[in-house]
Ligand binder design. Structure first.
Ligand code: SF4
Length: 482
């Protein structure tokens, strides 16, 4: 009998989970739950049209429905080399578009990947990737995050010698330093990054390009270069008092916590900003011992970054369960210091005023000053890319959009021949799955640029734009023919 209700996803007790970085808030599906959930799928493939990396979602939900997680892993690997990671932290916009959204809830597409990937400790048993011999070309990847790792994987399996240059002591980029361990456990990172490196990738950790090695030397020593450096330069608010010792940018805070530092955040923490990074900072603060954690955002909840989406709802729900306090429509204007530490945060309540043709604007009501005690302030107010590592010569040649992203062709090649780029520094989505998509596309571009397409093993070449197969009318017909 058809069951239209989404199979419930179990959560850990919030009181237990805030005591540990090791306890994942969301539990995985069991075998029977995964089969039951996947069996609800109608196979229309509308979701594939919303996946930035064009994963064959209908295909792997089908294999999950017949209890074949190995096939699910194989299908995901066509475009993405870390199913367990993305199965935990993807923004899963595919679920927002699932035709079952209002009929029992969308298929738990993200969870299907996690379920299947967690079944295997070693993907080599499942994937059977032939060890290709070196085909005489070398590619450098600058930045060992999701985009760089994806490019390194799909190039290596084609016999290209890839070297990753990473300035930190560990690979993973934002997956390692920006997503806390309770959402993305270290053993999951180790398993999937390890499998990528095992394809013969050379890794140079603690190597900062522009300092330990010049970008020019990299361009001269390799046949092509892929840069995937993310947005590493924090944007601080400049609020009076923000030079205090206990004011920090969220990227630094999360990075230090991700390497296991027990940061002393005290009892009262204020987080400035309303996006996913603010959420991660709030829940990390709780796990570091904070008792009162406030997220302060200048607009309304419906204006926050990522809204409306299931992902934004889920993340906020989990934070609320852990007693994070959301303060909407507020403007912090002064961090009051005693010595070199902030002790009080002053803020105004805002009024949202309709703006002609645009978003409502927050206007502070300055007649009333509000205050609260703080032991630690975290500014989750965005970051930008710093291209100074390129050096003057290449920085001059790199053409950027008015927003500061490199201009690329359809295969992610920049205005500099042989230089490709992708990830958060390049696309405006700034999520993991879009970083993967950039790398998939750059892999095709690099192989073409190196003139080795005749040697390519097509079975292991990322499939671009699969969604084009499913026009909206074909998706409709597929849906109606069931
Ligand atoms: S959109 Fe269609 S194919 Fe995709 S998960 Fe939902 S029902 Fe299945």
């Amino acid at each position: 009998m058809l069951n239209f209700e989404r199979v419930k996803i179990e959560h850990e007790d919030p009181e237990k989970r805030i005591g540990s970085f090791k306890l994942e808030p969301v539990k995985g599906y069991t075998d029977s739950e995964a089969v039951a959930e996947a069996s609800r799928c109608l196979g229309c493939n509308i979701c594939t049209q919303s996946c930035p990396a064009s994963l064959d979602i209908g295909g792997y939900i089908r294999s999950s429905a017949v209890g074949d997680p190995a096939q699910t892993v194989r299908i995901v690997f066509e475009n993405l080399p870390f199913p367990a990671i993305i199965g935990r932290v993807c923004t899963h916009l595919c679920e927002d578009i699932c035709v079952l959204y209002d009929t029992g809830g969308p298929i738990a597409i993200r969870h299907m990947k996690r379920y299947a990937a967690d079944k295997f400790d070693d993907y080599s048993q499942v994937l059977n990737i032939p060890r290709k011999r070196f085909i005489g070309k070398k590619v450098a990847v600058v930045g060992g995050g999701p985009s760089g790792l994806t490019a390194a994987f799909y190039l290596s399996v084609q016999g290209i010698k890839v070297t990753i240059f990473e300035k930190l002591p560990a690979l993973g980029g934002f997956m390692k330093t920006g997503i806390p361990r309770y959402r993305l456990p270290q053993d999951v990172l180790d398993k999937e990054i390890g499998f990528i490196i095992d394809q013969g990738v050379d890794v140079r950790l603690n190597t900062e390009v522009g300092k330990d090695i010049s970008f020019k030397e990299i361009m001269e020593s390799f046949d092509a270069v892929y840069i995937s450096v993310g947005n590493q330069k924090p944007r601080m608010t400049g609020t009076p008092g923000s030079d205090a010792k206990n004011v920090i940018h969220a990227t630094e805070f999360l990075r230090r916590a991700s390497f296991g530092e027990r940061i002393d955040v005290g009892q009262n923490v204020a987080i400035i900003g309303g996006g996913f990074t603010a959420n991660d900072s709030s829940r990390t603060s709780l796990r570091l011992g904070a008792k009162n954690v406030h997220i302060m955002y200048r607009r309304r909840d419906i204006d926050r970054p990522g809204y409306p989406s299931m992902n934004a709802e889920e993340e906020m729900e989990e934070a609320v369960e852990e007693h994070v306090d959301y303060m909407w429509e507020v403007t912090p204007f002064e961090y009051v210091k005693e010595g070199d530490r902030v002790v009080t945060l002053r803020y105004w309540q805002n009024e949202m005023v309709p703006d002609k043709g645009g978003r409502a604007k927050p206007i502070p009501k300055k007649d009333r000053v509000l205050e609260m005690p703080v032991d630690y302030v975290i500014e989750a107010t965005g970051q930008e890319t710093d291209y100074s590592f390129l050096g003057e010569e290449f920085a001059r040649q790199l053409r950027l959009t008015p927003h500061g992203q490199p201009i690329t062709n359809e295969f992610n090649m920049t205005s500099i021949r042989g230089l490709f780029t992708g990830g958060d520094s390049t696309n405006l989505n700034r999520d993991l799955i879009s970083a993967v998509r950039d790398a998939d596309s750059a892999v095709q571009g690099i192989l073409q640029y190196l003139n080795v397409m005749d040697m390519v093993d097509e079975d292991h070449l990322p499939i671009l734009d699969r969604w084009k197969k499913y026009s909206s009318s074909s998706a409709k017909i597929a849906f109606m023919s069931r």
